[in-house]
Ligand binder design. Sequence first.
Ligand code: CA
Ligand code: CA
Length: 421
Amino acid sequence: MAPIRVAACLLVVIVMLGAGAQADEPAPSKTQEPKPLTPEPQAPQIAEEPPEPAEDVNTNPRSGEAPLTALAGWNAALVMDNGGTGVWTVKSYQVFEHLGAPEVVGLDDKGRCHVLMSYSGTWAPISVLHDGGWLGGLTHGDVDPRVEGKELYTGSRRGNIFQVRAYDQTLVDGRLIATIEGREIHTLVSGDLDPRTAGPELIAFTRPGGVFRITATGKDGGFEVTKLADIKGRVRDALVLPGTPRTQARIACVSRRGTLRLLQITKQGLLWETVHGTSMGRGRVTRKPARAGEATVLYTTLDDGRIMRHEESPKGWRHETIYLGPQGPRGVAAGRFDADPAVETVAVFGYSKRVELLTRTAEGWKAETIFEDPAKGHWLCVGEVDGRNATQELFACGFGGRIVQLMRPPGYGREEAASAR
Ligand SMILES: [Ca+2]
Ligand SMILES: [Ca+2]
């Protein structure tokens, strides 16, 4: 693996966007709007110094598993330390089709995209792009038929949208595919979302509020950008609810305006359905893992610390507040985190610096802290990189510049096997 990693590190493709783009400090907003009231993504804070680790504990995830202290029966390990530069978004995708384990992708405050490969506890990063300001939106999809398989797409504070392509040589590179002048790219989703165009597209949500379609239809391998609408409020997170042969896919959007809305792009135009609205900004959305025959369930975060659960039924949506948590949730991830697959669980992270697991019990929802970070959190996602437990893993990132993996110990939910516990 070592020679591959060396080769991988050599391929740091820097997209040059002019001298101004290389500044390390966040660029001034071109929108002339006041600074966002929520500090997302803004200048990073330096993490408080962690306690000195014991001498025999590895702290470098490039050379081996780098354990961290976790709580409540969980384990934790460092995936990446970005030297104090905030990491605003983390998601897990199968970036390399020739590698069994999925990768982890982080976006940072200097406009860099980090693709991290796991290998028996080590995490090897390949870093691409350098937009100068933060990168925000992130999606993985087969948007470009000219490139085999799926591609990564990310967007920046400066309005730039990039394609990041993976190769079987275990390399990635990136290129600028579009610029939307005067708009920050906060959220990206991909899929066959617009029936007015053939094949899949990227949909970008911007600040000031707008919806744009980006298709791989430009000349010379380029892309084309079409503005679909101006909207009120910044969409801070979105996910695609796949369609059926009879129905168009829906995009679940949460907004600074406080809404959870579903967007359908139809031949007649954009159709918005408000699922829930409240007088509080809404920041993140996740979906309960889909099971055949089960209703769609979404969870959303409100900036004052409430976590809401929304369940769809033929009669409409039912809403339930499941957690009155600390101010500033900035991450929510639903998944299987309990040994019993029937138990409903969802994890949250944010300005409290704590990752908390919410579990539905016969007596109602209970919360327990499973990890405490030295710095404020900004994103949380689910992944599967450890088959020794029966549960999914979590990845957390934020202002301290670290990406942390949280996992149940070997043998958790897998009592049939001897385990290394
Ligand atoms: Ca493709
Ligand atoms: Ca697992």
